[in-house]
Design a protein around this ligand. Structure first.
Ligand code: NDP
Length: 240
């Protein structure tokens, strides 16, 4: 029977590539998004993957949204916590709101996404939790104290869930992408982007599909003994 997969932020960028890769692997996929209705509609038209709109920063909205997904598709077997944002500023200029928005979305958002599906996974004795962290959670980054804190925190979530879920047939793993050519990175000024590419031994940005293939593997039955791990896909920029 087809596995049911939920991908937050699954309508654009890396998330869209993940949704498509899981669909290609035979999963029935639900993709969520925050507010870009046009992108979500285009994504559904292109893929026939159903999209759902809620803010991962809200526990109540996440719980209600997940209930709806499960009513439509069935119990969720695979959850990919991918939705994330940046609000960059050097620390001395970072505003408390910039800190809080990123914490609420990238860190609390992972709790809000995984917590409602966890009991069902435990009951059914199977689950795959995959969190999209970041190279900058591994190494830190100028002007990203907020973002790096959340992405490092995501690794703590995964390593703890791995221990709690193992006896119940659940694995929890992270993927740490390096710099990937999505709108998030293309929004960085060209001068800064060129400097970033200069630090990547491969000499280019990664493609969303290169991250999606890591996720599809972790979600597959082939990855059954991989638990609490991190796949770093960064073109050789950083060895964790
Ligand atoms: P994009 O900005 O291209 O897409 C982000 C997706 O997340 C969109 O679907 C967006 O919805 C959704 N989203 C954002 N905030 C929320 C929210 N509060 N609630 C629900 N959905 C939300 O991002 P990327 O594809 O570049 O990044 C995906 C993940 O990968 C992020 O976690 C990011 O931190 C991580 N990452 C990205 C890297 C990169 O180089 N691009 C490098 C390392 C990690 P909507 O379309 O409605 O805005």
């Amino acid at each position: 029977m087809a596995r049911i997969a939920l991908v937050t932020g699954g309508s654009r960028g890396i998330g869209a590539a993940i949704s498509k890769a899981l669909q290609a692997q035979g999963c029935q996929v639900a993709a969520t998004y925050a507010g870009n209705d046009a992108a979500a509609a285009q994504f559904t038209e292109e893929t026939r993957i159903k999209t759902y709109k809620w803010d991962v920063a809200s526990y109540e909205d996440s719980k209600a949204g997940i209930q709806q997904v499960e009513a439509d598709l069935g119990p969720i077997d695979i959850v990919v916590a991918n939705a994330g944002i940046t609000r960059d500023a050097p620390f001395h200029k970072m505003q408390p709101e910039q800190w809080q928005q990123v914490i609420d979305t990238n860190l609390t958002g992972v709790f809000n996404t995984v917590h409602p599906v966890w009991p069902g996974m435990r009951d059914r004795g199977f689950g795959r939790v995959i969190v999209i962290s970041s190279i900058n959670g591994q190494k830190g980054q100028f002007a990203q104290v907020n973002y790096a804190a959340t992405k490092a925190g995501d690794l703590g979530i995964v390593r703890s869930l791995a221990q709690e879920g193992a006896a119940k047939g659940i694995t929890a793993n992270a993927v740490c992408p390096g710099y990937i050519a999505t709108e998030m990175v293309m929004a960085v000024p060209e001068r800064v982007r060129d400097a970033i590419v200069g630090q990547i031994p491969t000499g280019r940005l990664g493609e969303p599909e290169e991250i999606a293939r890591c996720v599809a593997f972790l979600a597959s039955d082939d990855a059954s003994f991989i638990n609490g791990s991190t796949i770093s896909a960064n073109g050789g920029q950083f060895f964790a």
